[in-house]
Design a protein around this ligand. Structure first.
Ligand SMILES: [Zn+2]
Length: 420
């Protein structure tokens, strides 16, 4: 147990403020107790939180830890001029070269970065077509070593052939027998009907859902119309992929009104990844007609979901109906997605302690302005995950950060050399 003394609690749902001591119980179902009985706090590790803010820690609705070793890599052999070329010359070149050791380090450095940014739960979408078997368990163990909760999937695709698609299905089936997770698909344009059907069947059998990129670029819709005479959401709906409340549709940029209506009427969730969309020049997310089940992700660009929330607002308010409150609602929706679907690891005893110096008063009534224009990941001081202190005064307690970063650099050089 941990005893947080004399901090200011901000309720993540009501935004109510209160000065309080908090006792944090450990474990997946651990609770937090306000102003606890002093008899219970005598032998517990106490942290002075005077002048600090305490609130629920953060979670990421769509991430790719497999891309962690890409930062600073040599330029591709051809400068990509559109989204499909970005995939061909960058990401599908990188993912083919990954082996299990590179995957382990990618996951460790991603989890470390998440933890230091106050993120204690990650929904990850993994691809490594020539190192599939056992990859999800390696990811899970790496996240757990750092102390970050996870909901993983393998990005099943026919893009490298049927054989590799079958291996992706097999890895998913094996993983879902022992752990919580999703059935990952890359995107409509790289998944044939047979693989799509098998993925939906697997999600049904495992009581899971589908996690797929949807209409991230116009080309996904164009391909779907050309090959299947329907649009992407229509294809997913007719295959049964939208029937699950665990289903996650990442991006959803180029949907028409009918598709938006199908998404709204389904129990599926949408993830907005603003910075990634800006970086890939694929278009702009708008929530019009999609309903309220929208959460935020970083799409592998970085692990600072607070920054992504701010980007979602600063870019989005020019063309989407997103205001301060709606930005915060999308930022926190991931907790509702996880709890309503019964996933474990994103519990009340996941907390972040912020050292936030402000030149203006901060109250319940102007919290959202501070959230968007003031808060930074560097304010994250202590992070508690499932009741365990994993970051103290900005330093990771669970793993040796510098050693892992040095090891990751060796793996990154090895990966870059292997890439064609
Ligand atoms: Zn993605």
């Amino acid at each position: 147990m941990i005893f947080l003394k004399n901090g200011t609690w901000i309720d993540w749902q009501s935004l109510e403020f209160k000065k309080t001591d908090i006792l944090v119980e450990e474990g997946p179902d651990g609770k937090i107790l306000f102003n606890p009985d002093p008899e219970r706090t005598g032998h517990v590790k106490a942290i002075d939180c005077s002048g600090k803010l305490i609130t629920r820690s953060f979670a990421n609705g769509h991430h790719h830890s497999y891309s962690a070793l890409a930062r600073g890599m040599p330029a591709p052999k051809k400068n990509p001029v559109n989204f499909l070329e970005i995939l061909h010359y960058i990401w599908w070149n990188l993912d083919k070269a990954l082996d299990l050791e590179m995957i382990r380090l990618s996951a460790l450095v991603t989890a470390m970065s998440c933890a230091k940014n106050g993120v204690t739960f990650v929904i990850d979408h993994h691809a490594s077509p020539f190192a599939i078997e056992g990859s999800l368990e390696i990811l899970a163990q790496a996240f757990e070593e750092v102390g970050v909760g996870h909901l993983l999937c393998y990005e099943i695709s026919d893009r490298d052939g049927q054989d590799i698609a079958r291996k992706g299905l097999a890895e998913t089936a094996t993983y879902l027998q022992k752990r919580q997770g999703l059935v990952g698909l890359h995107a409509s344009f790289t998944v044939g009907n047979d693989t799509l059907k098998q993925a939906v069947d697997l999600a049904l059998a495992a009581n899971s859902g589908i996690h797929i990129h949807v209409a991230e670029d116009k080309s996904d819709e164009e391909d779907c119309i050309r090959h299947y005479q329907m649009r992407v959401i229509e294809r997913l709906e007719s295959a049964g992929a939208l029937q699950f409340s665990k289903t996650i549709l990442a991006h959803c940029l180029h949907l028409d009104d009918r598709e938006r209506n199908l998404v709204e009427r389904s129990p599926a969730w949408v993830v907005q990844n603003m910075e990634s969309n800006l970086n890939n020049s694929v278009g702009f997310f708008t929530s019009k007609g999609l309903g309220s089940r929208i959460m935020l992700g970083t799409d592998g660009m970085h692990s600072d979901i607070l920054r992504s929330a701010q980007a979602a607002f600063f870019s989005g308010h020019n063309f989407d109906s997103i205001d301060y409150g709606e930005t915060y609602r999308r930022f926190r929706n991931v907790h509702h997605y996880l709890s309503k679907n019964g996933f474990s690891g994103d519990s009340a005893n996941n907390l972040v302690v912020l050292s936030y110096d402000t030149p203006t008063p901060l109250t319940s009534s102007n919290f959202l302005e501070h959230f968007l224009f003031g808060f930074e990941a560097s304010d994250v001081t202590h992070v508690i995950s499932r009741g365990k202190l994993i970051v103290e005064s900005g330093n990771l307690l669970t793993v040796k950060e510098q050693e892992i970063l040095a090891e990751a650099q060796l793996q990154a050089v090895r990966l870059w050399k292997k890439m064609k």
